[in-house]
Ligand binder design. Structure first.
Ligand SMILES: [Zn+2]
Length: 500
């Protein structure tokens, strides 16, 4: 099914991009094999330089693949972009650096290209296909997107947060690299995490072969996976590529880093993974999204939201973590962007921390749903003053859908167990400008840490929904997305919020 959709979307793309005879057109590399992967040729209205952009040569470096996939939707002013987002498709699926199941000497795709002073031949099926495409493209620039495990300035053994220029053209590319570094480093506060230039790329790498054999200006861009969300790393790639494309005239001054996807999909979902988001929430939600046909899911961070990127989505999901930290990462301006998005008809789902974020009672909360959360501070004898939101480590409670809840989420055996990790206990806030919320599910059991919490959770709302402007808000206190069994419920929730 997913494969068919992909083929259909490529077919549609081919029709829309108006291919003409004798020119490179979008299509599939290694078609019909397990290495099969799409590439895209985007032409500007005027002649200009050709940029060959690749991502995902190493399967455990997802930000390059994501950034290339996003960049292929950019509107360019001239020249040509040839984009291969997922070079090592099976490796990306398995999250392994190497080409799965190949012998050691061919396993690293980025050592499969013609070596210095050797024959003009690449090794492995997918290596040969990529090299053929690169030769046909006759690129002026080859940009290969990768990730390192640590910041190079802090751990010099890693190439994380660097731009590597391939010889022999590294002198020629220098001023361009300076522009790219200035652009990305303006977005990085900690100077030790700044990107730095390096020279020389490995023998057998795509960029070195392209520099030596095709005369192309060739760069490897490396982000750092360590403690940085995927949305941020993909954004850093986009910021660097944008700086280069502006410099060579392919993009105009005000070009955004994230644009509307060209493919026709029925649901576009942004999953917030920035400050205050946990790591398991976005991962589980990605799994849910894979079950929704014709949908597109991109992770999103505060800088994307400030840039106005929510306009490209139907739904935004704020996952578990810390609501106040998510709010702090967004800042006042970012929070206003989220409110405006919902007001204009966007869908909002808050899970646990995200449900705190939607609440009406905090100075930092979005105030898009008419509830308060139970978070007052009480004196616990022998313990001290404690905030009532904390109920202990991750546990399980029972939950029961209301009749309206069943209409949205479907029927099942109820009440059922659901993971719970200090999600909000809500009650009406009575804010006059806000619609009343509707209860879609109740907690039928409870967890508590302190005696004063006893009886304050059982039979309170577990899931509520409300309207804010033209948009739908759905607040889920527990964690149905962390249970495989309950993921269909979350999928239905996302579709409902997105108006499907
Ligand atoms: Zn790599």
């Amino acid at each position: 099914m997913a494969r068919l959709q992909q083929l259909l979307s490529i077919a549609l793309f081919l029709l829309l991009s108006g291919s003409s005879k004798g020119t490179l057109v979008s299509g599939l590399l290694a078609e019909g094999t397990k290495w099969e992967t799409p590439y895209y040729v985007i032409k500007g209205p005027k002649p200009g330089p050709t940029v060959f952009l690749t991502g995902g040569l190493h399967g455990n470096e997802p930000a390059g693949a994501l950034a290339a996939e996003q960049i292929r939707h950019w509107a360019i002013l001239m020249g040509r972009l040839v984009v291969l987002p997922r070079a090592n498709q099976p490796g990306l699926k398995a999250e392994t650096r190497h080409l799965p199941e190949l012998p050691r000497e061919h396993a690293d795709l980025n050592r499969n290209f013609p070596r210095t002073d050797a024959e003009n031949e690449a090794s492995s099926l997918i290596g040969r296909e990529i090299w053929r495409l690169a030769q046909e493209a006759k690129p002026d620039w080859v940009i290969d997107l990768h990730e390192g495990y640590h910041f190079h300035q802090i751990q010099s053994k890693s190439v994380g947060s660097t731009v590597l220029a391939s010889r022999p053209w590294d002198q020629r590319t220098r001023p361009f690299v300076s522009r790219m570094l200035a652009a990305v480093n303006a977005t990085v506060e900690d100077p030790r995490k700044h990107f730095v230039p390096l020279r020389g790329t490995a023998n057998g790498s795509l960029t070195r072969a392209a520099a030596e054999r095709l005369g192309a200006n060739s760069l490897i861009l490396e982000t750092t996976t360590r403690e940085q969300p995927l949305s941020l790393r993909a954004r850093q790639h986009r910021v660097m590529v944008r700086a280069l494309l502006k410099e060579i005239g392919i993009l105009g001054e005000g070009a955004p880093t994230l644009t509307q996807p060209r493919d026709r999909v029925s649901l576009r979902v942004a999953i917030y993974d920035g400050g205050g988001a946990g790591t398991s929430g976005p991962r589980n939600l990605q799994k849910v999204m894979k079950t929704i046909p014709r949908s597109l899911t991109w992770p999103i961070g505060p800088s994307d939201i400030l840039e106005g990127a929510l306009a490209h989505f139907d739904v935004v999901i704020f996952p578990g973590g810390s609501g106040s930290k998510q709010a702090a990462a967004l800042g006042i301006e970012g929070r206003n962007k989220v409110r405006e998005f919902v007001e204009r008809g966007g869908g909002f789902i808050g899970i646990c921390a995200g449900a705190y974020l939607a609440a009406a009672n905090y100075s930092w909360s979005l105030k898009i749903c008419n509830y308060n959360t139970f978070c007052e501070i009480r004196e616990i004898p022998g313990v001290g003053r404690k905030s009532m939101w904390y109920r202990g480590p991750s546990s399980a409670v029972t939950m029961q859908l209301t009749p309206s809840g069943r209409e949205i989420f479907g029927h099942g055996v109820e009440p059922f167990w659901v993971g719970y990790h200090n999600g909000p206990i809500v009650s009406p806030a009575g804010v006059p400008d806000l619609h009343d919320y509707e209860v879609l599910a109740w907690f039928r059991s409870e967890v508590f840490r302190y005696e004063t919490q006893k009886g304050t959770m059982v039979n309170t709302p577990a899931i509520v929904s409300g309207k804010f402007g033209k948009g739908r808000v759905l607040s889920i206190s527990p964690h149905p997305e962390s249970s495989q069994k309950l993921r269909p419920l979350v999928a239905r929730a996302i579709r409902w919020v997105g108006g499907l």
